[in-house]
Write a protein that binds this ligand. Structure first.
Ligand code: G1P
Ligand code: ZN
Length: 544
């Protein structure tokens, strides 16, 4: 057994984005690319000698290669133990749970989330800290700085760990424990939710379909929904994780889960449909004849969480990312609890959760979660929905409509313009930003008056840090909003995200088609930003 120090030259593009370093597999396959990045991470951490590192990924192409490298480098850099999921698998929320449960120093999550996989797809590495959540900007900035000057990395000259074999092994004197990826996570879910009530729901004939999209949630959903909760075998579809996700795009939205949506809109379809993404942190919820937008889902879960045993004492507060609709704000107001608006990305929720100021968090991008881990959690959201349906004995559609009748409805949509020329996209954002001060107080159309217009700056109330330039917000006096920002997770060109929202009071109209309800705002956003003309695109690439 030898520890080697290998000379290397830096790459200049290892800047972590919204959620770790995501790149094309071909980029990651360059000589020493993984090694450089991992060493830059280890060099940015302190006092981990002899401590534990959790490692796991969503099973996508290159997972197996990168995981063996990560284990050898963890050993060479002085970690005392690595806990790794069997076959290298761990969903992102399960990795977060294992870090917390075993009081690990941190963890490496190997995933590019909902981005396609395979040799021509994407790969990613994300470092999570001891609270189980994504590393804060302080660390990711240090990693990037280090990656630009790195000259060598440390690696153990060791054979591969047998990832199929549960139990203890050894790599260059470091303990490697291969664990069942599902067991601890499933046990945690059982403490949070009313499993007997959900079991009774399935026993009464309630039918559900869960699409694991050939990604990481397959084993978890089989074990929990079919294994423990008694849902009929066949409830989980596409349940086997595949390196290329079966050629699919593991993003649980209405584009990639259109067949499920169509099925749920038919009389013979099941009562409930759900899906999760590549690494298991996102969720899609569709009731019979009712798609639930992620922003509404956050509000509904927060309003009903007390029906689940894990939250029966009530929730401390809610946090949502800035572009997420304000539906949850109305719930927080009614419950008299704290409400926080944070920048896009789960890492900003960590401090609020650690400080006990919020219990439930969510993003419009199909991410919802709670203080049980420090990541969003797809299956958690599905189980909380099932718990609520089981206790309220109502359909998803009835629950959603009652919610709107109580709180009003926030019509909401997101328009993505993908693979736009990066120069054009940043020029567009810069020009709109320059216009903002002049917009306040201006009137548009019959009833739109600008109440505020800014580039969102977040002041973290827990650690006092400030994050500027987090996206353009144009808010109107009637609660409508236009938000525009550049994606931080794309791997090719730039993705412009335009978010639109308006509010219909509790006694207003709740049955309009979303795009038509938002038509005026969509046009105004184009008029203010010159989006169509400048990008040459007539339509968004994806509407969610
Ligand atoms: C996107 C979503 C964001 C989410 C992130 C990671 O980031 O918009 O809500 O946290 O993926 O899953 P973006 O590409 O917009 O930077
Ligand atoms: Zn994800």
């Amino acid at each position: 057994m030898t520890i080697q120090t290998i000379n290397t030259t830096p790459y200049d593009d290892q800047k972590p984005g919204t959620s770790g370093l995501r790149k094309r597999v071909k980029v990651y396959q360059q000589e020493n690319y993984v090694e450089n990045y991992l060493q830059a991470i280890f060099d940015s951490l302190e006092d981990f000698q002899g401590k534990t590192l959790v490692i796991g990924g969503d099973g996508r192409f290159y997972n197996d290669v990168a995981i063996q490298t990560a284990i050898r480098m963890a050993a060479a850099n002085g970690f005392g133990k690595v806990i790794v999921g069997q076959e290298g698998l761990l969903s992102t929320p399960a990795a977060s749970h294992l870090i917390r449960h075993y009081k690990a120093f941190g963890g490496l999550v190997l995933s590019a989330s909902h981005n396609p996989g395979g040799p021509d797809g994407d790969f990613g590495i994300k470092y999570n800290i001891g609270n189980g959540g994504p590393a804060p900007e302080k660390i990711t900035d240090a990693v990037f700085a280090r990656s630009k000057v790195i000259e060598s990395y440390k690696i153990a000259n060791e054979r591969d760990v047998e990832l199929g074999r549960l139990g203890i092994q050894n790599s260059a004197g470091m303990i490697v424990e291969v664990v069942d990826p599902v067991a601890d996570y499933a046990a945690l879910m059982e403490t949070l939710f009313d499993f007997p009530a959900i079991e009774a729901l399935f026993a009464s004939g309630f039918r559900m379909t869960f699409d694991a999209m050939h990604a990481i949630t397959g084993p978890y959903a089989h074990a929990i929904l079919e294994g423990r909760l008694g849902a009929p075998v066949g409830t989980v579809v596409n349940g086997k994780p595949l390196p290329d996700f079966g050629g699919g795009h593991p993003d649980p939205n209405l584009v990639y889960c259109k067949d499920m949506f169509d099925l749920l809109m038919t009389p013979e379809g099941p009562d409930f449909g759900a899906a999760s993404d590549g690494d298991g942190d996102r969720n899609l919820i569709i009731g019979k004849n009712r798609f639930v937008t992620p922003s509404d889902s956050l509000a509904l879960l927060a309003a009903n969480a007390h029906l689940a045993p894990g939250y029966k004492g009530g929730i401390a507060g809610i946090a949502r990312s800035m572009p997420t609709s304000a539906a949850a704000d109305r719930v927080a107001e009614k419950l008299g609890i704290e409400m926080h608006e944070t920048p896009t990305g789960w890492k900003f929720f960590g401090n609020l959760l650690d400080a006990g100021r919020v219990t439930i968090c969510g993003e419009e991008s199909a991410g919802t979660g709670s203080s049980h881990v420090r990541e969003k959690d797809g299956l958690w959201a599905v189980l909380l929905w099932l718990n609520i349906v089981a206790v309220r004995k109502q359909s998803v559609d009835e629950i959603v409509r009652e919610h709107w009748a109580t709180y009003g409805r926030n019509y909401y949509t997101r328009h993505d313009y993908e693979e736009v020329d990066a120069g054009i996209a940043s020029g567009l954002v810069d020009d709109l930003r320059a216009k903002l001060p002049g917009l306040v107080g201006q009137n548009f159309g019959d009833d739109l008056q600008v109440a505020y217009a800014d580039d969102f700056t977040y002041h973290d109330p827990v650690d006092g840090s400030t994050s500027a330039k987090q996206g353009i917000r144009i808010g109107f006096t009637d609660g409508s909003r236009i938000v525009l920002r550049l994606s931080g997770t794309g791997t090719v060109g730039a993705t412009l995200r335009l978010y639109l929202e308006n509010y219909e009071a509790a006694d207003g109209r709740h049955d309009l088609e979303t795009q038509s309800a938002l038509e005026e705002l969509i046009e105004l956003a184009d008029q203010l930003s010159g989006l169509k003309q400048r990008t040459g695109r007539q339509e968004p690439s994806v509407i969610t």
